[in-house]
Ligand binder design. Structure first.
Ligand code: UDP
Length: 355
């Protein structure tokens, strides 16, 4: 493969693409980046291109803010136009967002091979929009880059040919290794927020299952309130909108801040006593920095961290969120390394160039 179109649009995809794009360039692959516009606020998009030293996207589709159906439909149409114009040898998509699915569907219908980074993740909860996106993308893809052996097992169980699957490791681990030291020199985000190392919990909440249900949302905020330590909460735009729709007020121990850039987030993660999150990426970053984590969901795609004792689930409706948080604090897990050796991007780029 010589030329690739990469379709990204959401915060975690910028981070994943930053490391893979660099590796692709090292392997001489010409890459045309398409930003769908799914995340468009400066602190959800531009900051990552700046901090992670990514080239600005060649195409910015400006599609965001609509329903899943609207966004996905408009993205398919616009990505199709880009693919027809650019004539790539393949289309590269990441993760499980509407941008992922739109990129995959546009490509596969034009008979352009699809490469999926983070293939094979499953929550087995079909009510999650992300689960539908990942299953359909995996079944449209020609190259499936699985982060773990568990992900490979899921793909094989669904009848996907082993010849299409490559065990790459997790590109977010690459990112953590690459940017972890850089983050140390990124400014004093803790002092700016007014918290001390290991004396706060870092929290993120943005999944529909938590923010679309006022009872569940309230239970999480009550759990945070009862935890005791300050909670640093970078508030995702959809979470901010839902707080105001439901008229929910934040307890006094929550330090709500605007979404932070990746380097600031890494510092907040490294120094937290505990991380409480419904984010897939943040669960793993907690482990990369050896911070115990409570996942504010009934299930997780990253089951190895639950098995190893680093991650603790607080299912929907749990009345004991704060008890789970307290029990997890200071409770480290086993020393495991399920996500590769930090060479996932390199493995992906090499595989692409050789196929
Ligand atoms: N992140 C960030 N700033 C924030 C919150 C998260 O840079 O204010 C990063 C976080 O470190 C991780 C990624 O965004 O690398 C996770 O994205 P998100 O939680 O939006 O998506 P998910 O991983 O759940 O798909």
């Amino acid at each position: 493969m010589k030329k690739i179109v990469t379709v990204i649009g959401a915060r975690p995809q910028f981070i994943k693409a930053a490391v893979v794009s660099r590796a692709c360039a090292n392997y001489g692959i010409e890459e045309v980046v398409v930003h769908t516009g799914q995340h468009f606020d400066a602190n959800m998009s531009d900051v990552f291109f700046d901090e992670l030293e990514m080239r600005p996207p060649a195409h910015n589709l400006g599609i965001g803010g609509g329903s899943h159906g609207q966004n996905t439909g408009r993205m398919i149409e616009a990505v199709e136009r880009v693919i027809i114009g650019e004539k790539p040898d393949g289309v590269l998509v990441y993760g499980d967002t509407d941008s992922t699915l739109a990129g995959a569907l546009a490509a596969v219908k034009l008979h352009v091979p699809v490469a999926h980074v983070e293939a094979g993740l499953r929550s087995f909860n079909r009510r999650m929009p992300e689960e539908i996106n990942r299953v359909l993308t995996d079944h449209a893809a020609d190259w499936l880059f699985a982060p773990t052996h568990t992900a490979i097992r899921h793909l094989k169980n669904e009848g996907i040919a082993a010849s299409k699957i490559c065990l790459s490791g997790d590109v977010m681990f690459d990112a953590a290794l690459f940017y972890g030291t850089k983050a140390e020199h990124s400014g004093d985000v803790l002092r700016h927020i007014g918290v001390s190392p290991k004396a706060y919990c870092l929290a993120t909440v943005h999944r529909a299952e938590n923010t679309d249900d006022p009872k569940r949302f309230r239970a999480i905020l009550d759990g945070f309130n009862a935890y005791g330590l300050p909670i640093v909460l970078p508030v995702h735009p959809r979470t901010r909108a839902q707080l105001s729709v439901f008229g929910l007020t934040l307890p006094g121990n929550i330090k709500a801040i605007a979404p932070v850039g990746y380097l600031g987030m890494v510092m907040l993660e490294k120094n937290a006593a505990l991380i409480a999150t419904d984010s897939g990426g943040v669960q793993k970053e907690a482990f990369f920095y050896r911070v115990p984590c409570v996942t504010l969901r009934g299930e997780t795609e990253w089951t190895e961290l639950v098995e190893a004792g680093w991650n603790h689930l607080a299912p929907p409706g749990a009345s004991d969120i704060q008890a789970t948080m307290k029990a997890a604090t200071g409770n480290t897990g086993r020393d495991v390394s399920p996500y590769g050796k930090g060479q996932a991007a390199e493995i992906i780029a090499k595989h692409l160039v050789e196929n």
